[in-house]
Design a protein around this ligand. Structure first.
Ligand code: NAD
Length: 240
């Protein structure tokens, strides 16, 4: 991975979606990254939009050379972008949530040959919240732990991937979390981790008001991942 040219060539998978559009816009503001391929199942066939080559999901095998792929699609598209990155020996940043146990195992296998950063949330605030939740769970043994998440009505998976990761952190601290999900309007993403004892309650809250935070985080992680050896990385491993 040491032969990465400047700017770094990025492939975006799920490019027509809410996150894909944010990634395309924000990548265009950086001079260290250039998008060489935008892929989506909704793209009819190869065409160039604003100077960026767009491809349909069926054309995945024929996309040009790239240095790192960023995937924010849906679980059905995840296997193919992972396979492409493994076959080309290129790093993958993926924020796709709702992937199943078999797909998590495929990620772990792929990490033997390529650098990977799969995360349910690419915001700095949630990277820190994960740590706070684990510490709170350790410090409050025996307290009830409830994770309440709210998202826009188009979100398909519930509980959210972020809620499940927060639950894993709470579990590492010794708590047994329960989950509640709300789907309403255009909420970008809100997570409350509530620890309840007798006569008192601690709440740790993260509110995302703009999905650019996830796109900026994923672009930052992509720019760092190209120089790393194969393995699985967390967002906090790649923060400056
Ligand atoms: P979206 O529905 O707006 O976009 C998904 C895009 O993926 C669509 O354009 C769709 O056509 C495309 N797609 C679906 N299947 C495909 C396939 N097989 N091949 C190629 N393209 C395919 O969703 P979104 O809000 O942009 O979110 C995308 C994913 O990212 C979801 O899983 C969501 O939960 C997740 N997400 C993660 C984070 C994070 O920080 N990790 C933040 C926001 C959203």
């Amino acid at each position: 991975m040491t032969d990465t040219p400047h700017p770094c060539r990025v492939l975006i998978h799920g490019a027509s979606g809410r996150m894909g559009q944010a990634l395309l816009r924000l990548a265009g503001e950086r001079d260290d990254l250039t998008v060489v391929a935008a892929i989506d199942r909704s793209t009819p066939s190869q065409r160039v939009v604003d100077g960026i080559p767009h491809f349909s999901a069926d054309e995945l095998g024929g996309v040009p050379a790239f240095d790192v792929a960023i995937d924010f699609s849906l679980p059905a598209g995840f296997d193919r972008i992972l396979a492409l990155c493994v076959s080309r020996g290129r790093p993958l940043v993926s924020g796709t949530t709702g992937i199943d146990e078999g797909q998590r195992e495929a990620l772990a296998r792929a990490a033997a040959t390529i650098p990977l950063a799969w995360a349910t949330n690419f915001s700095l605030g949630v990277a820190i919240l994960n740590e706070l939740v684990e510490r709170a769970a350790q410090a409050l043994p025996g307290w009830d732990c409830d994770i309440v998440e709210s998202h826009h009505v188009h979100k398909l998976d519930a509980p959210s991937g972020t809620a499940l990761t927060l639950g894993e952190c709470a579990g590492q601290g010794g708590a047994t979390p329960r989950y509640a999900s709300l789907r309403a309007g255009d909420i970008v993403g809100e997570h409350t981790v509530q620890f309840t004892g007798l006569g008192e309650r601690v709440e740790l809250v993260h509110r995302a008001t703009n999905r650019d935070i996830f796109a900026r985080g994923a672009l930052h992680v992509a720019s760092r991942l190209v120089a790393r050896p194969p393995g699985q990385y967390r967002v906090r491993d790649l923060l400056d």
